[in-house]
Structure formats: C-alpha cells, structure tokens
Design a protein around this ligand. Structure first.
Ligand SMILES: *Cc1c(COP(=O)(O)O)cnc(C)c1O
Length: 463
C-alpha cells in the first residue's frame, strides 16, 4: 500500500511541469491547487479502501486532461437553459416569462455601462429610480404614480407594512390564498405586523360582511385576486366598485393584490379575460399590485400602481429600500413596458404573448419536424404521435382555462413505466435538457411553450 501512496505526485511537481504551467496560466494557481488537492484526497481514500491507484495518477497525461475538464466544468453555470415543453407557458420552476428583445438589450446596457438610474439628465440633478417607469406606466394603466419592488410578494408586504402595521386589515375568507412557494396571505399579514380580520365565508362574502367589521382599528380593506383556484357553484363576492364606495365612506384605502395583472385585454386574442389594473383603478381601488414576470411578460418585479399620496408613503417606508429593484431589472421592465406603446406589435415583441397567441396551424408546423426527428432517433422503441393537447398560462393565471395546443407524444412499445422514466432521464441529460409532462403513461412534448423550436431540433441531434 505504501508504494501506492508514494506514487502520488506532490502538488509542486504537477504545478511546475510544462502541462501544469499551462493549466495555471489558464485557470490561475489557486483553482488548480484546490482541484489537485481534492483529487489527491480522493486517491488516498481509494488506496485505503481498494488498495488501488486511480487511473489519472498512474498516467499523468490523463491527470492533466481531467484537471482541465474539471476546472472548465466549474465555469459552467448550474442554472442551465432548458427547453420548456411542459405546455405551461409561465412555468415558475422554469423561470416564468422570457424577456423580449428590447428588454434584453436594455438590461445588457445597464450591466455594461453606467446608466442614469437615479439621475435626471434634463436638470442635472438626482431623481428617483422608479421615475422613468412611473412616467411610462402611469398613463398606460390610468394611475397617478407607481412603485416598483422585487416581486409581487414584496409589494403586498410593503403595502401592508406601510398602511396597516399594528392595525386591522379586512379581507374575505374566500381570498385567503396560498400562491405556492409558501406565499400565504395570512403569513404576509403577520410579517407586516397587521391583524387579519376574515369576513364572510369561503364561498360567499357580502358588502355588509365588510361594513359590519370596520372599527376604529381598521387600516384598510383588501381584495386578493383568487388567481390559482376558482370557487364555483353557490358563490358571491363583492366587486371592487362597491367595496371602493364603502372604503371611501370610512376614509380607508382599498388595495388589491391582482397577481397576474395583464395590461391588455386578453380576450382580444381569444384568451380569457384577466382583470386589468386599469379596470381596478377605474373602479376606485386606491392601490393595485401585480407581478412583472407573469402575464405582463417582463422581469421579476412587483408593480404597485395607484394614488400619488399613497405611493409617496410607500416610497418613504424603510422597507422600500430593502425591496427595491436593481438597474438591470428596471431597465428590462422599462423596455418591456415600452413595447406596450405599440400594441399591435405586442404578439411579436413580447415572448409570453407570442407563445400564448400562436395559432394551431403554426403549432402544426413545429410539431411535424419534431415528430420526424424523434421518429428517426427513438422510433424503434416508442410509438410517436402528434396529438391535440391542453396547454395553460401558468403562474396561477386562469387555472381552469386550457389553451388548445399540439404535442408530440411518446409511448414505450413495451408499456413499461421504467422505459418512460429512462426516456425522461435521457432527455434531461442533453446539453439543453428537454422538460415535458407525463399523462396517460405517455410523455407529452407540448409545442405551445417552446421558446426556440429550431434549437430544440439541434439539441435532439445529440440523442
Ligand atoms: C403570483 C401571485 C403573488 C406572488 O407574486 P410574485 O411576483 O411571484 O411574488 C401574489 N398574489 C397573487 C394573487 C399572485 O397570483
């Protein structure tokens, strides 16, 4: 065994060799030393346990190759790009909305150059980082002012902490939601230091339920859009306009957590109507919050729009400083919103709207080459078909609504579940992993959510 240990090289010997010097020139000394140390440690363990020297220490040419490979591997970002064939366009686990061209460009500039983030160029004085977006978005949604934070959960937290710390917030029992990822309205209330007053019942809440519970401790009335579930059947809830009137009578603000917040009427594209912030504000809601990376189709952000006096109080709250967005996000968000000024072009410029509005004939032109490619690679083991499929918006938008879509389905000839699992594993091991969904013992590769169909075919060449 001792002879085996003695065959292990010293770190200096490797570093001072010609090949070692090439490695340190490429990766720097520390990284090479660290990697070499861990290989030596592995080797000692292998000698102790198996009385055997790893191959790369019996042949140093293998060692140098392995070091180069391992160090290069450390440069690879683990947040890999994947092909989304789940049929869920806004998939939270896969990063939600893709950015449009303009947003990508604006973000790149903000990364590479100094930008006039909090600087008013016309007057050469300090300004506010939300100012550009405020000027753009306020008219787009009929608001007086705008406040931007990290995400919509942060927006709700800031709203509650600013207006209701130590006080009561009245909300319908039908709207005490959990969004997923442990975002629960009651927990956020607690974090913001306010007391939740639940009114009505799960399926029915009336205006009198709110009115009867208003006391001198009431800070605000709150509506939460029940985005990820639906209450059907014997139901009743109070609309924003009626609630706004009640709030005004008692000089209380009414706020609404809209969740998705489409800025345009989606029914114009044959999609179900989502409530818009402009409608909420027109109905008399004082502040509306929604996400940047859901139906808006931009960067992750929490967008609060509404009355100027209230927005100013949000901007002055110390939490705003902790929740504010960075320049890259703000640049991307501004560019995303600028696309909304050219509404007829939105289904080209905004990737989320583009994917959601693709017509079936177009999906057919994507499905056919995918079927052919898979046929060629996997046709021996799997039955392949193009089938009509049901896609969805995702991120809690319109959970019951299914968008007509097409998928290539793969079913193992053997009908063995293990073969399906094997297929899923091999698709995940591609340089850009392919993620589909399983239904009826088949793998469904849904074309509605694919961002880059051309690249998808190229990736499949690796199979
Ligand atoms: C998605 C959603 C949230 C959370 O928004 P994030 O931007 O993911 O933080 C909050 N409320 C509702 C109603 C939502 O749909």
């Amino acid at each position: 065994m001792n002879t085996l240990y003695r065959q292990l090289p010293s770190i200096d010997k490797i570093l001072n060799s010609a090949q070692g010097e090439l490695l340190t020139a490429r990766f720097g000394r520390s990284a090479v030393v660290n990697q070499l140390r861990s290989l030596l440690q592995l080797a000692r363990r292998q000698i102790a346990q198996q009385q055997q020297l790893p191959r790369y220490f019996s042949d140093f040419s293998i060692l140098y190759k392995k070091l180069a490979h391992d160090l290069q591997q450390q440069r690879q970002v683990a947040i890999k790009k994947v092909h989304n064939l789940t049929g869920t366009v806004l998939h939270t686990n896969l990063g939600r909305a893709l950015w449009g061209q303009a947003a990508q460009q604006a973000a790149l500039v903000a990364m590479q150059e100094n930008v006039a983030l909090e600087f008013d160029l016309s007057q050469s004085k300090r300004s506010h980082r939300d100012q550009y977006i405020s000027e753009l978005l306020a008219p787009l949604c009929g608001a007086e002012a705008v406040c931007i934070v990290n995400n919509n959960a942060a927006a709700v937290l800031l709203l509650l902490a600013t207006f209701a710390a130590g006080k009561e917030v009245i909300i319908s029992r039908g709207e005490l939601i959990e969004i997923g990822g442990a975002f629960r309205i009651p927990d956020i209330m607690q974090q913001a230091g306010c007391k939740l007053v639940e009114v009505g019942t799960t399926n029915r809440t009336r205006l009198t339920d709110y009115a009867d519970n208003i006391t001198e401790n009431t800070a605000l009335l709150m509506k939460v859009h029940s985005s990820n579930y639906q209450i059907c059947g014997f139901t009743e809830s109070v609309g924003e306009a009626d609630l706004a009137q009640l709030a005004r009578q008692h000089h209380l603000p009414l706020i609404s957590d809209l969740g998705s917040g489409a800025l345009i009427d989606l029914s114009a594209y044959g999609l179900p109507t989502e409530p818009t912030p402009q409608k909420m504000l027109a109905d008399g809601v004082d502040l509306v919050s929604f996400s940047g990376d859901k139906l808006l189709g931009g960067p992750q952000a929490g967008i609060i729009v509404g009355k100027k006096e209230y927005i100013e109080r949000l901007q002055q709250h110390p939490l705003k400083r902790a929740l504010r967005c960075d320049k890259v996000i703000l640049a991307g968000l501004e560019a995303t919103l600028r696309d909304y000024l050219f509404s007829e072009k939105l289904t080209d410029s905004n990737p989320t709207l583009r994917l959601l509005t693709q017509d079936p004939e177009h999906l057919q032109t994507l499905a056919e080459p995918l079927l052919r490619k898979l046929q060629e690679k996997l046709g021996a083991d799997y039955a392949l078909r193009i089938e009509t499929s049901s896609a969805q918006i995702g991120s809690g938008s319109q959970p019951m609504y299914r968008i007509p879509s097409l998928a290539v389905t793969l079913q193992p000839h053997s009908a063995k579940n293990a073969d399906l699992m094997q297929l899923i594993r091999s698709l995940k091991q591609l340089s850009q992993p392919i993620i589909g969904r399983i239904e009826q013992q088949k793998l469904w590769l849904d074309l509605r959510s694919v961002a880059n169909p051309q690249q998808l075919l190229t990736t499949l060449d690796e199979l």
